[in-house]
Design a protein around this ligand. Structure first.
Ligand code: NAD
Length: 339
């Protein structure tokens, strides 16, 4: 048995996921949802999807009655994740949703609640949570190889191209680099240190206000403080290419990854030597592991559920608030951030 997945949104990342899923053992594309009939035709031919399993954005609620579909993988612009997740949940299908899972914590919480109520699983497309070198560092940290972890640095950025794309439209993106690429450092700070932040500070800079309109952040530096006393210092930007580096230091050792979250191969080393796992297409591993979570109730080492996505949204909300107010934001949301 395998997880039968309908892909929603046939854009560039969906193409990458679909290609990678051809090597999956436990997951298979059985359905397609798109607003563009010509794309549906091409994808149907390539992935052998029958007409009865193809939908558009008006009629996809009918997947409710389609026994060929277990889950929908939502790979659309960020602001659409929330309404689409609620509709998929209402249709009784599991949801796999791309990052950022929503454009703020309020929406993310509604998604978590809706999926819980509908009795379906909600997973977020955190592909790094299944990447072998990343998991090696997490295992070493748990074993105490770095001693007491005290510092994380996350640098996430690339130069955004076409200014007319949805990523540059706040109504569809919910923000700029932070929502798109900075989230990798937000998320990475948490899984590399293995703690949830207590406070957030952040500063924004804009070198090109023509290109980056209000509501679209170009560059944000942010800092987290953790209960153990560890701190994180991170940069999110749409203004530099090849910025993709994680660094973790404890009182006894270090881990350095560069690239740390790109499509791979992931490279890096610790004080003990080079990271050595061979490259496997991230999305292939991700979708097989997610099938295991949904079909067999497997528990991943680093969670990828809605609550996990929600924690990042709470932190991104706090980062934007810190930028706006210039204040240190204390996180006092016990329901959302259990220690
Ligand atoms: P894209 O623009 O290439 O694709 C988006 C798709 O959504 C297009 O096919 C578009 O037609 C469709 N769409 C549906 N309704 C739309 C609307 N109202 N306006 C605009 N487009 C609409 O974008 P992408 O790079 O594939 O990103 C899609 C999602 O995947 C984003 O949430 C992004 O953050 C995420 N993503 C994740 C990763 C990762 O590594 N996990 C990588 C890239 C993108």
């Amino acid at each position: 048995t395998y997880l039968r997945v309908a892909i929603m949104g046939l854009g560039s990342y969906a193409s990458r996921v679909a290609e990678a899923m051809q090597s999956c053992k436990k997951a298979k594309i059985t359905g397609l949802i798109s607003g563009t009939p010509s794309k549906l035709k091409t994808w149907q031919a390539k992935y052998n999807v029958p007409d009865r399993n193809c939908y558009n954005y008006e009629n996809f609620d009918a997947i409710k009655n389609n026994p060929d579909i277990d889950a929908v993988y939502i790979i659309t612009p960020n602001a659409l994740h929330h309404p689409q997740t609620l509709r998929v949940a209402a249709a009784g299908k599991h949801v796999i949703c791309e990052k950022p899972m929503a454009i703020n914590a309020k929406e993310a919480l509604e998604m978590v609640d809706a999926c819980k109520k509908a009795g379906v699983k909600l997973l977020v497309g955190y592909r790094m949570h299944f990447e072998a070198n990343t998991l090696d560092i997490i295992r070493m940290r748990k074993e105490g190889a770095f001693g007491k972890p005290l510092f994380f640095q996350g640098l996430s950025g690339f130069i955004i191209g076409n200014p007319n794309q949805w990523r540059m439209n706040p109504a569809l993106s919910g923000g700029g680099a932070m929502m798109d690429i900075g989230i990798y450092s937000v998320n990475g700070a948490r899984y590399m240190l293995g703690e949830e932040p207590l406070w957030v500070t952040a500063q924004e800079t804009k070198t090109d206000p023509q290109k980056f309109k209000p509501g679209i952040d170009e560059t944000i530096q942010f800092q987290f403080g953790f209960p153990s006393g560890a701190v994180a210092s991170c940069l999110s930007t749409y203004a530099m290419n090849y910025l993709d580096r994680f660094f973790l230091n404890g009182d006894k050792g270090f881990a350095e990854m560069m690239p740390s979250t790109g499509y791979g191969p992931i490279k890096g080393r610790t004080h003990r030597g080079e990271l050595s796992h061979p490259h496997i297409t991230h999305q292939t591993t991700q979708m097989d592991e997610m099938a295991g979570i949904i079909l067999e109730g497997r528990k991943p080492v680093v969670p990828v559920d809605g609550e996990e996505g929600l924690k990042d949204m709470v932190l991104i909300d706090a980062i934007y608030e810190a930028v706006k107010t210039g204040r240190k934001i204390n996180l006092t949301l016990p329901r959302i951030l259990p220690v």
